[in-house]
Design a protein around this ligand. Structure first.
Ligand code: AMP
Ligand code: MG
Length: 446
């Protein structure tokens, strides 16, 4: 029987040796961060892990006005002198200074006016001794002139002009290259472009620059209870979708180009189809809802079928359930946030904002916490990073103070609208007493 059995094996192969335990292939995907005794991952570990899986977007040529706030990916060298030619700083007369030596109100110099140069024009001939040319601000200095006397020191004559004051050589002349010389590096890689930089680029003749583009961020809210604002709620149990607006607004403030898709039901097929359709235009997808332990946590069910996913419990409050994935053939990053509005907002601040900033190469990726004196007592859950909504202001002595608003409930959206910062309390803190200094992430600051 044994021989007969072997004969029937394909190609008469020897049976494969049993797989040794150490030969079992590693699960696909990156090494996950450690967890504590409660199975929780620290907030920093989760954020750093997610950031480690994000690459900065490749440089892209943008029109100047589309490059505001973006990071430059090239050193810009001016090919031009600025100004490009000697020109007048005043409306007045181009003259030769020896002609006005000793001129006063009582004893003015008299010069023949031999021409007029407006901005954009050039003089047709050289200025000779004893003559003057009317010249406007920004117009090129005629050859032979060595100063400009301003209108206020003349009688504004048209055939002859009376000059009532001496002027020094070079007076009221803006010299070629005195702002910057051709060959100067005017902006460097990594600089963020603001209006001044945009103006300078235009001044040296550039209409496009290489920058990290604005990340295209798709925002989706999951939940069969959600209804678009602006329409009627049909029955009890329905609520307006606030998260897709909250997250879209926050992503925009962080610098992203946002596509707010809005709400989708908890139906797995609908979610799968919608996300599949969005992949093509997304550098990052953000969803809210469906990542906790409920029966209809659709994101948790569907997304592992579409790519590599990591669902973690993070030691923070609010915002414990977090998901991250690399979805589809292009491994589009996807951050899956919890559905409670405050949880989703805090999670945005903790994880999504740094990711958007990294995609844009806009450092610092992580907000810098600033110290503030707490004007209130605050209670905090031990073992978790606590995020409390705060209203930050400066007191009479210019000291930064923060007032805790509302409670810790992750559904309390009313307080979020008043807050202009998040008070960030370390895991070991159980109680803050009024007067203690606490770290704050202040919105509107880096
Ligand atoms: P989930 O994480 O999907 O279990 O949702 C948690 C809670 O947040 C539930 O009370 C949801 O109704 C609420 N919620 C989820 N998504 C949204 C949203 N887009 N806007 C407002 N509330 C939401
Ligand atoms: Mg839900």
């Amino acid at each position: 029987m044994a021989l007969f059995g072997r004969r029937n094996k394909k190609n008469h192969e020897e049976p494969a040796p049993p797989v040794e335990p150490e030969q079992v292939p590693e699960p696909v995907g990156p090494q996950l961060p450690p967890v504590d005794a409660q199975g929780l991952r620290s907030m920093e570990d989760h954020r750093d892990f997610v950031l480690s899986l994000i690459d900065e977007l490749p440089p892209f040529g943008q029109q100047l006005l589309d490059a505001i706030d973006l990071s430059l990916c090239e050193d810009v060298i001016s090919e031009l002198d600025l100004p490009g030619f000697d020109n007048s700083a005043m409306d007045g007369y181009a003259i030769q200074t020896p002609d006005v030596v000793g001129a006063t109100d009582q004893d003015p110099a008299v010069l023949a006016v031999v021409g007029e140069i407006a901005a954009g024009q050039t003089a047709t001939h050289r200025l000779s001794p004893g003559t003057a040319m009317k010249i406007m601000t920004g117009a090129p200095l005629p050859e032979g002139a060595d100063a400009v006397v301003k209108y206020e020191d003349t009688d504004r004559g048209t055939d002859d002009v009376l000059v009532y004051a001496e002027v020094a050589q070079g007076a009221n002349i803006r010299r070629r290259g005195e702002d910057l010389a051709a060959g100067t590096v005017v902006l460097t890689t990594g600089d963020r472009l603001h209006s001044g930089g945009i103006g300078l680029l235009a001044a040296i003749g550039m209409d496009k620059v290489m920058v990290r583009p604005r990340p295209r961020v798709v925002v989706i809210a999951t939940g069969s209870e959600l209804v678009d604002p602006g329409t009627e709620l049909q029955h009890a149990g329905q609520i307006y979708d606030s998260n897709s607006f909250l997250l879209a607004a926050a992503a925009k403030e962080a610098g992203a180009q946002v596509f707010r898709v809005g709400q989708v039901s908890d139906d797995p097929d609908e979610v799968r189809q919608l996300i599949h359709d969005q992949l093509v235009r997304a550098d990052l997808i953000i969803t809210s809802g469906g990542v906790s332990e409920g029966d209809h946590d659709v994101i948790k069910d569907v997304m592992p079928t579409m790519g590599w996913c990591d669902f973690a419990k993070v030691a923070m409050q609010p915002g414990k359930p977090q998901g991250f994935g690399l979805i589809g053939d292009d491994k589009v990053p996807m951050i899956m946030l919890p559905g409670n509005p405050v949880s989703s907002f805090v999670s945005f601040e903790a994880f999504v904002r740094p990711v958007i900033r990294k995609l844009m190469a806009a450092e610092p990726y992580v907000r810098t916490a600033v110290p503030a004196i707490s004007s209130t007592d605050i209670v905090s859950v031990p073992g978790k990073r606590q995020f409390a909504r705060g209203v930050v202001s400066l007191d009479d002595q210019d000291q930064r103070r923060v007032r805790w608003v509302g409670e810790h409930g992750s559904h309390l959206l009313g307080d979020l609208a008043r807050a202009n910062g998040l008070i960030v309390l370390d895991e070991e803190i159980e109680h803050v007493t009024a007067g203690d200094v606490v770290p704050v992430w202040q919105f509107g600051e880096d």
